[in-house]
Structures are given as structure tokens and as C-alpha cells.
Design a binder for this molecule. Structure first.
Ligand code: MRU
Length: 362
């Protein structure tokens, strides 16, 4: 076994580094686990500028809706730190433009824009406190977003653990785990909590083409926690359901519209259709920050299209015939009627309808 693979195997036995953290004080930087290298290499990547954070988000070094929100909040601090000498008006304008720039890194997960807006909205008036103190408050807000995300995820897990059947099979798609959040994850948090409560079950992780977040990340973190996980090709999910081996499907979300339509990793919709056909409940696990109540339906959610090269190559070589085109949407929308319930930090929201969602968060 190569050294890097040994490191990775050791980490998979319970020494998972943090997904992302701020290192140091006001002159510090953002450190993240480079998720593009997992599962075979355990490498940390340091970001010291908004541009480096933008790139890390775009390249999926840090990915998953809540995690990119946290990263962007810190990116906003990094991108404005050296501008603390500007006048209040200029400093505020700088904060706004860096925020807008960070939001352009990935369009679908609303947590990113939500976190940037939160840091900006809660910044004290620069005219009153000066740009130094305003910037310190921005950093404190980014720390608060990180800490609250971990707490929300923990609550989501506890609120939904009962949905994981003892002795049953659970299907998940992509990675909505600790690697996608500040800690615990959303969908996987239910599994961590159920496991802690002594329930035993098998997780089937869709490999999640084209970037294999299920095979590389979900399988990695679940096995690190001693949870029984089996990776399947995405195309195997429906026949596994037909064979009676899946009792529940749990996935995360990147944005949930006011009517309950859910954008999540491409392929989630196919899983939902298959689950519906086999009468298997599909639950979405997501914090309040993933809801976009300003959007009437999922049809309005912007869907990121990624480079076709991600589809064209696999297994370290070209896998698509020359001359063929490739289409690579990163997300799809699952209509609310296919979702049995949404597990949030406030509890289980069901049935998934606009009035219930609005009352739940009212
Ligand atoms: O492209 P990715 O890896 O960022 O996609 C991530 C997902 O689709 C997750 O399921 C979603 O962000 C929820 S993470 C708690």
C-alpha cells in the first residue's frame, strides 16, 4: 500500500480531519480538507485570499451546500482584510463586491449566498465603529456560521434518527455528510445518530457520477465511523429497491423552493422516481439556510452546468467516444410530491407543501 493510501486508511479508522477551519486570529487563514484528493490522499489546502476560496469552491475542494456557505463567509473576510484602511463608503463597497464575486463561484446551493448576505447584513455600521472593528465583526460572524452549522447538523441527526430502520437498508446519493458541512452532515447525520443509538443498518451509497462523491466521500466517512456501507453504481439503485433491500432513502439538498421542490445532486430525481414506484419513503435532510422561500418552485432554481470534461474522462482516461457531445448538469430538481418529509434542525416537516413550510418557519 502506498504511504498516502496508508494515511487515508488510518484516517478512515476515525481520524477524519475537519472539513474546514479558520487557523489563527485576525491575521489567520482558511484551512480545508482537499476533497478532490479523497479517498486516497489526505491533503489540507490553505486559502489566504478570496480568489483562492473562489477557486477551491469552484474546483470542489470544498463542496456541499453548508460547507461552501461557511467557506464563502471566510472568503469574504479574507478578500476584505487588506482594505480596512479604506473610507467607510469604500470599505462597504469592497465588502459588497467581494461578496458578489464569491457568490459567482457556484450558483445552485443557496447556502453560499445566504452566508455571504448574513455576514454583510450583520456587519455593524462602518461609519460608527470603523472598518477595523467592522471587519472583526465579520470574522466573528463567519465563526458563528461555522459553529451554528455544526449545531444545526447535530440537531437534524437527532430529529431524524428514528427514520433509520434497525436491520434495514438505507440509500443515499452524493455526499451530505460531515465533509459537506461544518460537522456531522445532514443526511448522514441521521445515520450517525441512529448508529450511536445502537441501531444497525446498511447504507448503500450511490457512487454519484461523474465526480463520485458517494464512492469517494460518503463511503470514506461512513466507514471511518464504523457504519456498514456498500457502494453501488448509480444505475443499480432501482433494482436494489425492487429486491427489497432499501427501506428508506435519505438525501441532502442544495436549495429548497417555497413549494418544497428540492435541488440536489444530479441523479437525485431518478432515485426519487424509483423510490416512489417502489413505495419507499424519500426524506430530505437540510437546515433552514437551504430553504429559499423567495422562489416559488424548483423551476426557478439555477442549475449549475459543469465542464463536459468531467463526463468525458473517468478511470484516468478518456471514456467518451471522440465526436460525441457531453452534458454535465451538477444538480436536478425533485418535485415536492416525491418527498415524504424534510428533516430540519427544528424537527420533521411533513407533508411537504408550501403552507406547511411557511408555517414551520414562520
Ligand atoms: O457538487 P457537490 O458535491 O457540492 O453537491 C453536493 C450535494 O448535492 C449535496 O447533496 C448537498 O449539497 C447537500 S450537503 C449537506
Amino acid at each position: 500500500m502506498a504511504d498516502r493510501e496508508k494515511d487515508s486508511a488510518a484516517a478512515a479508522k476515525g481520524r477524519l480531519p475537519r472539513t474546514l477551519e479558520w487557523v489563527g486570529g485576525s491575521d489567520g487563514h482558511l484551512r480545508m480538507l482537499d476533497q478532490t484528493r479523497l479517498p486516497t490522499e489526505l491533503l489540507m489546502r490553505d486559502c489566504r485570499s478570496a480568489e483562492e476560496v473562489w477557486q477551491a469552491i469552484r474546483e470542489l475542494c470544498v463542496r456541499g451546500a453548508p460547507a461552501i456557505g461557511v467557506a464563502a463567509a471566510y472568503g469574504l473576510c479574507l478578500g476584505t482584510r487588506e482594505h480596512r484602511g479604506l473610507s467607510p463608503t469604500e470599505f462597504r463597497e469592497k465588502v459588497r463586491s467581494v461578496g458578489e464575486y464569491l457568490c459567482s463561484s457556484r450558483p445552485t446551493a443557496v447556502n453560499l449566498a445566504w452566508a455571504v448576505a448574513r455576514v454583510i447584513d450583520r456587519m455593524p455600521r462602518v461609519e460608527d465603529v470603523g472598518s477595523e472593528a467592522a471587519w472583526d465583526a465579520m470574522l466573528a460572524e463567519a465563526h458563528a456560521i461555522l459553529a451554528e452549522d455544526a449545531e444545526c447538523c447535530r440537531r437534524i441527526g437527532l430529529a431524524g434518527a428514528h427514520l433509520i430502520p434497525d436491520g434495514g437498508g438505507v440509500l443515499t446519493h452524493c455526499n451530505a455528510g460531515a465533509l459537506a458541512t461544518a460537522a456531522y452532515g445532514t443526511a448522514l447525520s441521521l445515520m450517525y445518530a441512529a448508529h450511536e443509538q445502537g441501531r444497525r443498518f446498511r447504507v448503500y451509497a450511490d457512487e454519484t457520477r461523474p465526480l463520485l462523491q458517494g464512492a469517494r466521500l460518503t463511503a470514506y466517512e461512513l466507514s471511518a465511523s464504523g457504519i456498514d456501507v456498500t457502494v453501488i453504481c448509480d444505475s443499480a439503485a432501482a433494482s436494489l429497491m425492487r429486491a427489497g433491500r432499501i427501506q428508506v432513502v435519505v438525501v441532502g439538498a442544495d436549495r429548497i423552493a417555497a413549494n418544497g421542490d428540492v435541488a440536489n445532486k444530479i441523479g437525485t430525481y431518478s432515485v426519487a422516481v424509483a423510490a416512489w414506484h417502489h413505495n419507499i419513503p424519500l426524506y430530505v435532510a437540510a437546515p433552514r439556510s437551504t430553504f429559499d422561500l423567495g422562489l416559488a418552485s424548483g423551476a426557478l432554481i439555477p442549475i449549475e452546468e459543469r465542464p463536459e470534461a468531467e463526463v468525458r474522462s473517468g478511470l484516468g482516461r478518456t471514456t467518451v467516444a471522440a465526436g460525441a457531445g457531453c452534458w454535465n448538469p451538477a444538480f436536478d430538481v425533485t418535485p415536492a410530491e416525491l418527498v415524504a418529509g424534510i428533516v430540519t434542525e427544528k424537527g420533521l416537516l411533513e407533508p411537504v407543501t408550501e403552507p406547511i413550510i411557511r408555517r414551520f418557519f414562520g
